[in-house]
Design a protein around this ligand. Structure first.
Ligand code: EPU
Length: 336
């Protein structure tokens, strides 16, 4: 059953206080289908998992459904791999903890990323050299129009950098209900990321296990990124832009310390955090919102900010970075 005019403040990690005209939660597939049956054909529909990748800029005039599907289990295994299935409404970090408790490797670098299991493939979450696509097996999603459950493998998800088909061609057409990952019994650690190496060596750990790597990632994240329980935020607000090697070479002459990662012969990925930081935005505060003091990619709500204000700040940052460097940044967060 729907509730009316419900505040979404506790359901988005930015902590923006807007109302949903109609709101309901579902914890089984059949209750989800029943709710969809009760929607009008022209109702705008927003499905929330952890609410960690959205900026709400207005009261929502349609239907908001909160995904509370729960359960994490090993569905099959052999001597090398275990297939772990998680319901979309589970907290992503609980999935990581389940993997570590069962000594399964592959997602330890993705520790403590806010959000739900269902949102993880939607935006191909990534951190410290690992993306969900690297361990992805399949997901199940309910097609809204037909109310049938379809399976998607890695190829049909069309993963890209913080992208999937569910953010593009199939946007708004499916509701992800579960995800299955193929995790490793024989661990291949990825500690090449400088900050992880540094954290491990500061603890005197020379041959780390997956729990050590997870703990290191947690420590790094806690030192740089604001805890959404305390300061509203949505992680990286912008994507790291990819530019041509030619454009990069000319920028590098002017800005020799520009933080970047090679992509291929023709392209270079630039650290958007560096661009925003160097353009003078890091730590800037306006009333009750601003740019985080330790990581310029993260916009924050110190309490009571309006989504519209944060959106406008993001526009000013986009314009400023474009004017300074000629690079058009893109938002990573979904704007509603
Ligand atoms: N930098 C600055 N100033 C800043 C922020 C960064 O100079 O304010 C420089 C850093 O010194 C470093 C470079 O930029 O040289 C990269 O910074 P960092 O290692 O913090 O990573 P990032 O590229 O800013 C990405 C992801 C994060 C992920 C980290 C670690 C994106 C948009 N962000 O950030 O993901 O945790 O790498 O792998 O790709 C997220 O998506 O929400 C997220 C937090």
């Amino acid at each position: 059953m729907f509730q009316e005019n419900i505040s979404l403040k506790k359901l988005n990690t930015f902590g923006i206080d807007v109302n949903a005209k109609k709101f309901a939660e579902f914890d089984t597939l059949s209750s989800l289908k029943l709710l969809l049956d009760q929607c009008n054909a022209n109702d705008e529909l927003l499905v929330l998992g952890g609410g960690s990748n959205i900026l709400l800029t207005r009261d929502y005039q349609g239907v908001v459904l909160k995904n509370n599907l729960k359960g994490i289990e090993i569905i099959s295994e052999d001597e090398n791999y275990a297939f772990v299935k998680g319901a979309a409404g589970e907290v992503w970090h609980q999935f990581v903890l389940f993997a570590i408790e069962n000594n399964l490797g592959g997602i330890e670098n993705l520790s403590l990323i806010p959000g739900s299991v269902g949102a993880a493939p939607m935006q191909n979450i990534g951190a410290y050299g690992v993306e969900i696509k690297d361990v992805f097996h399949e997901l199940e999603a309910l097609e809204i129009a037909t109310q049938t459950v379809k399976k998607f493998d890695t190829k049909s998800c069309e993963f890209g950098y913080r992208e999937s088909v569910f953010k593009r061609d199939l946007k708004g057409k499916y509701i992800i209900i579960s995800m299955t990952l193929k995790l490793n019994k024989k661990h291949k650690l990825n500690t090449s990321y400088g900050a992880i190496e540094k954290e491990l060596s500061s603890k005197g750990i020379s041959s780390p296990n997956i729990k050590d790597v997870s703990d290191a990632v947690i420590a790094i994240r806690q030192s740089k990124l604001p805890d959404p329980e305390k300061i509203g935020n949505s992680g990286s607000f912008f994507k790291n832009p990819v530019i041509s090697t030619i454009q990069f070479e000319s920028l590098k002459e002017k800005y020799p310390t520009i933080a970047h990662y090679p992509v291929n012969e023709h392209e270079v990925k630039i650290a958007a955090g560096w661009l925003i930081d160097q353009a003078g935005w890091k730590g800037k505060t306006f009333d009750n919102y601003g740019v985080h003091k330790n990581q310029a990619l993260v916009l924050v709500n110190y309490g009571g900010a309006k989504g519209k204000d944060i959106f406008q700040l993001s526009q000013q940052i986009l314009d400023s970075v474009y004017e300074t460097y000629g690079i058009q940044l893109e938002r990573e967060v979904n704007i509603i």
